[in-house]
Design a protein around this ligand. Structure first.
Ligand code: ASP
Length: 470
């Protein structure tokens, strides 16, 4: 008999069906054995009546998480036992036959609860079991739905989805790179991208005009707070645009996402209010203010834009670390100064006062996205690197390809990237991004399930020409 999904059982009252799934709960009352069965579409209660001898024999062996194929008849529950507000609460599966597809060891922890009471390291170690819990199933499935809405939105707006390399060369995004030793070119390394920043700009040089990607980003940061070594960005870039264009289209995307997937949520203010960096700092003491009028309401979404960030910030001298006093970028070295500040940049004046064409989207006190209009004039980009004290040779070595591309006929362009894990965390009302990532690492950057990072074979090291000093 073909398989029927559990969500569809109520359409089969009076009929025989076959379901496949897991034993969720078993309640043995001697003569009667009750079960909850579970598949990807939901749960249903089943019962083995005393006269179903063969089923009774198999049924008494079943334990939670065993995988089974169950044949049975769908009966309407008597009115007094009906649970109208529960999925399949008005029906019951009268079990006629059970085939065990696979047994299961006793699960390492309870999966019927929210799971927040369980040691997280243990949850991550047995993630394939942890993910079976309803809350995690919802998080991961809604994440997938969100990706679908986002993809549809951008493709509908003529964006082209392009995959850019994960094995590349170091990008300065203010963090440390993960690097991959090359076997064929010993002593040389690829870097994992901190973001697709340079590639997406090069796609603008290449004439795609509108690009997006669900991109993995890699940053080797000290383990502090709610960070993951790899995380996902909704990354995009557009040609022939000004700041307002990029902000408008992404504000529309976010509103559509919330309306389609989270109709129960309320967006506090549309259009999203805007604050300059200066205002935000003066009024709220930080550049990602939580503007919610009611912080107790889990369905309230207070979006805002923070704009007009300073381009450069001072670096203090640190003789021990070999750092000289100077300037560094606050957000992104490829951002453009706002048009009225270009003369300052070119003349090396008022460096601390230069404002970048840079914008962040903030939600309930978290930065969920950021972007900028880029510097498409190679001479101005050279000035940015010179301002930060880079010598001509270093600029050429690190960014020669960008400067050449800008000089090859690159349109004005700008873009933005959303931190997708954080966005989903907030939309799903979760306390951290690990709850939104199927196979997350611990806060300390370890994967207890795969046991990564791990040592590798001596042979692999030899092939790479790597020797460890004592
Ligand atoms: N690449 C930037 C980041 O990762 C985002 C952008 O400016 O588009 O923060």
């Amino acid at each position: 008999m073909p398989r029927t999904y559990i969500k569809d059982l109520a359409n089969h009252i009076g009929q025989e069906v076959t379901i496949k799934g897991w034993v969720d709960i078993r309640r043995d009352q001697g003569k009667l054995i009750f079960f909850d069965f579970r598949d990807m579409t939901g749960k249903v209660q089943g019962v083995i009546l005393p006269n179903a001898k063969a089923a009774h024999e198999v049924g008494s062996k079943l334990r939670p998480e065993w995988v089974v194929e169950v044949k049975g008849k769908i009966n309407q529950r008597p009115e007094k036992n009906a649970q109208k507000d529960k999925q399949n609460g008005t029906i019951e599966l009268e079990i006629l036959d059970i085939v065990i597809l696979n047994e299961a060891e006793t699960p390492p922890f309870d999966i019927s609860s929210e799971g927040k009471e369980i040691n997280e390291e243990v949850r991550l170690k047995y993630r394939y079991v942890d993910l079976r819990r309803e809350r995690m199933q919802k998080n991961i499935r809604n994440r997938s739905k969100a990706i679908q809405v986002i993809r549809e939105f951008y493709t509908g707006e003529n964006f082209t989805e392009v995959e850019t390399p994960y094995m590349t060369k170091s990008t300065p995004e203010g963090s440390r790179d993960y690097i991959i030793p090359s076997r064929l070119y010993q002593g040389k390394f690829y870097a994992l991208p901190q973001s697709p920043q340079q590639y997406k700009q090069l796609l603008m040089s290449a004439g795609f005009e509108r690009y997006f990607q669900i991109a993995r980003c890699f940053r080797d940061e000290d383990t502090r707070g709610d960070r993951q070594p790899e995380f996902t960005q909704i990354d995009l870039e557009m040609s022939f645009v000004v700041q307002e264009d990029v902000m408008a289209i992404n504000e529309r995307m976010i509103i559509e996402l919330v309306k389609k997937l989270y109709p129960e949520k309320e967006i506090q203010q549309v259009p999203f209010p805007r604050l300059s960096y200066k205002e935000a700092m003066e009024k709220y003491g930080n550049d990602k203010p939580d503007l919610r009028k009611d912080k107790e309401n889990p369905n309230l979404l207070a979006f805002c834009w923070v704009i007009d960030f300073p381009f450069f910030e001072k670096v203090e001298e640190d003789a021990k670390a070999g750092v000289k006093e100077g300037w560094t970028f606050t957000h992104n070295p490829f951002s453009a100064p706002k048009p009225e500040f270009i003369p300052d940049l070119m003349e090396g004046k008022n460096i601390g006062g230069i404002v970048a064409a840079q914008y962040d989207m903030v939600l309930n006190g978290y930065e969920i996205g950021g972007g900028g209009i880029r510097n498409h004039d190679p001479k101005a980009l050279i000035k940015v690197f010179e301002t930060m004290g880079y010598a001509t040779e270093r600029i050429e070595n690190n960014f020669g390809h960008m400067l050449k591309a800008l000089a090859s006929g690159t349109p004005p362009h700008g873009g933005l990237a959303f931190g997708f894990d954080r966005l989903m965390m907030l939309l799903q009302n979760e306390p951290n991004i690990r709850e939104i990532i199927a196979f997350a690492k611990t806060g300390e950057g370890r994967d207890p399930m795969m046991d990564a990072p791990a040592e590798v074979e001596q042979k692999q090291l030899r092939e790479l020409g790597i020797k460890f000093g004592k």
